[in-house]
Write a protein that binds this ligand. Sequence first.
Ligand code: FES
Ligand SMILES: [Fe+2]
Length: 447
Amino acid sequence: MTDIITHPLAIDGKDPRNTRGDRISQDRYYSREWMQREWDHLWTKVWHIAGRVNQLPEPGDYIVHDFMHESVIIARQSDGSLKGFYNACGHRAQKLVRGNGSQDSWACPYHGWVWSTDGSLLDACDRDDFPQGDPVGKIRLIEVRVDTWGGFVWYTMDDEAPPLLKYLEPIPEIYRNFPFETQVRVRWVRVELGCNWKFSSDNFNESYHTRTAHPQVPPIIDQDHFTSRFEMYPMGHARIIQMGRPSLRDRVPEDQPHPFDDTLREWGIDPAKYATYEDKAMQGWLDLKEAKRKLGPERGYRHFEKLNDEDLTESPFGVVFPNIAFGAGAEGMSFFRWEPHRDDPEKCYFDLWDLAFPVEGQYRARLTETNVEMKEAEYDFRVYTGNDAVADLHDQVVFQDWALSPGQQAGWRSRGYQEPYLAAQETRVRRFHEVLNDYLDGKPPGW
Ligand code: FES
Ligand SMILES: [Fe+2]
């Protein structure tokens, strides 16, 4: 048994007294003015994820992150470091590269200027034809700040932004024993949705909807608000920690197979040994911790040795303000990220990544019925227009969230919209909007 310590920066995310009570205005979900303000004061400040570090193993490898009308290139340098640049030629701003790749230099498709992946100009046509001087040695690509954490490549467009680890505080400290940088992205899906991006920010900042929208979850993860822990942090991030055991309120009928039985069996525990439902849920959960601690390392999960009892079985769901959610399980991570559409406030992109700790065999993300091959996935883009385009993803919990998104967007446009009447367990929703308001008012936390 190891100690579970709530991080000292955490404040109670279930107590509305920890919010100011800002109203959640309707126009933020559809107006172009809001969208512009978000670009000016939010997206140009926060740290973004461009991709995974393991996409750039060698010097010359680069990835492109298109975000709204902006595009950024991150490139591995010959000294092993990473540099990031706006994807705009230093001559007359033509988009320099269109997708990920590996090259020693980038030749602009417009007038042929050749750029080193360190941002310096190597060559140009008619170098002697510039009365103001040879551009080589003079003009550089405009840089963005780059850093890495968790196996992700991050960048910010703001020179004044706090360093990445400060920005993410206290998440890196909480997850210091998880070797996320070793994870394999076994699923890499992006879905275009017909709703404002904040649909997902609201959605992942509460678990109140799960009992209604995701009835398959409570038998595996205890969704009860009174057994969960809610945390909010000064930089705007938040977590909910739900127990990795069946909820005692949502019982699977005794004559039906219980999904928790599979989890127990997977770790060598016979579910038949428990006399009652309560016993299986509560004692089975404790036995599961013990079994994982004992068997984990020999199954390839070496990091289990450093995890505490909470890390081993619980379901912590974190939200990195403003647009990332991650469920850091002991065996792997469900990772979600959502980004605004380039010009339509009523559309957004939703990224669904599964990140697995590399062990023998296949990866079985918690809550899904399917196994995924333990190898880096190919990028897979869909447009959601009902369920058809994503029908094969029906086993994903977020499939049910996507189905709610058009109805939510419609409600935000309705004359029937009312100020949300929030439960205590939805406190993080209001908090999200308050931090957003602070950004838009030019007062982001930590700057
Ligand atoms: S815009 Fe790139 S070379 Fe002219
Ligand atoms: Fe959901």
